[in-house]
Design a protein around this ligand. Structure first.
Ligand code: ADP
Ligand code: MG
Length: 260
């Protein structure tokens, strides 16, 4: 370390950096100080690089906060998705979606397939891309969404709650169809989907093909009204392959639903 290392100026500078929370700058500073005093690096370049470190750190933290507040159950990206394992997923379509043009056009994405085929993974990965692009994203399990809207309705706050879910740039409704939805729930979901229709994008993951949504909602009219608005401007990704969770089972192991 150069002569500055022991001086009171150095100590005061370190204290100030610490007080400002510029930790990356403070820990890299001794190395830069040496390069500047040896004449290996100009002062401005050193300050520019140190400041860039702090900007990166701040952006990283901000992104972490945004990812957290989106409510993803886990964080996965498209780089983590093995397209080779799931050939029924049309890779160029998914990569195209990740450029987020669908958000600008307020289009939807519907991911249909059996459990474990990667629907939630792809939905999260697209959500993470949107967060990276600084869009407001909200991920919620369908049953929780319905319960939350019902709770708001019981307290006379449903308009406000629908507005809250209608507002975000991308709403991801996960696992529609795992639990049946009663008339009140179906009506609330319809109101939310209508509020977003042609204004904001929604991604829905479901294990139930649209043709069978009447069974989920217990009412064919509401089911088709919801489906109608979701699929009007929509990319449908139908995943027909095996569950990724079963991938390590030996090839001759019978899977659930297969003939014994
Ligand atoms: P579901 O279709 O039931 O929503 P998930 O997306 O939750 O399934 O996938 C189950 C698990 O398997 C997750 O951990 C997910 O990251 C992983 N997974 C699924 N498909 C793939 C894939 N093709 N490549 C890598 N991981 C995958
Ligand atoms: Mg899922």
């Amino acid at each position: 370390m150069g002569s500055l290392g022991e001086s009171s100026t150095y100590v005061r500078m370190m204290n100030s950096l610490e007080a400002l929370g510029l930790d990356a700058m403070a820990s890299a500073l001794p190395g830069y100080e040496e390069m500047v005093s040896n004449g290996e690096m100009g002062f401005c370049t050193a300050v520019m690089e140190l400041a860039a470190m702090e900007v990166d750190r701040k952006n990283g933290k901000e992104m972490e906060r945004r990812v957290k507040s989106a409510g993803f159950p886990y964080v996965k990206t498209l780089d983590d998705f093995d397209f080779g394992f799931q050939p029924s997923v049309h890779k160029p379509t998914v990569i195209g979606l990740s450029s987020l043009g669908f958000l600008e056009r307020a289009e939807n994405v519907l991911l249909v397939g059996n459990p474990g085929v990667g629907k939630t993974h792809i939905a999260i990965a697209l959500g993470v891309e949107a967060v990276r692009a600084r869009k407001e994203v909200r991920f919620i399990d369908c049953a929780r969404l319905v319960a939350d809207l019902k709770d708001a309705a019981s307290r006379g706050l449903v308009e406000k709650r629908i507005k809250y879910y209608a507002h975000c740039t991308l709403l991801i409704i996960d696992e529609l169809g795992y639990l049946d939805i009663d008339d009140e729930g179906a009506d609330l979901l319809f109101r939310l989907v209508s509020a977003r229709y042609e204004h904001r994008s929604t991604i829905v993951t479901t294990n139930v093909g649209i043709g069978a949504w009447a069974d989920v909602f217990g009412d064919a009219v509401t089911a088709s009204a919801i489906a109608d608005r979701l699929v009007h401007h929509c990319t449908l990704l139908k995943i027909t392959g095996p569950s990724y969770r079963m991938k390590d089972l030996p090839r001759d192991t019978k899977r659930i639903g297969e003939e014994a």
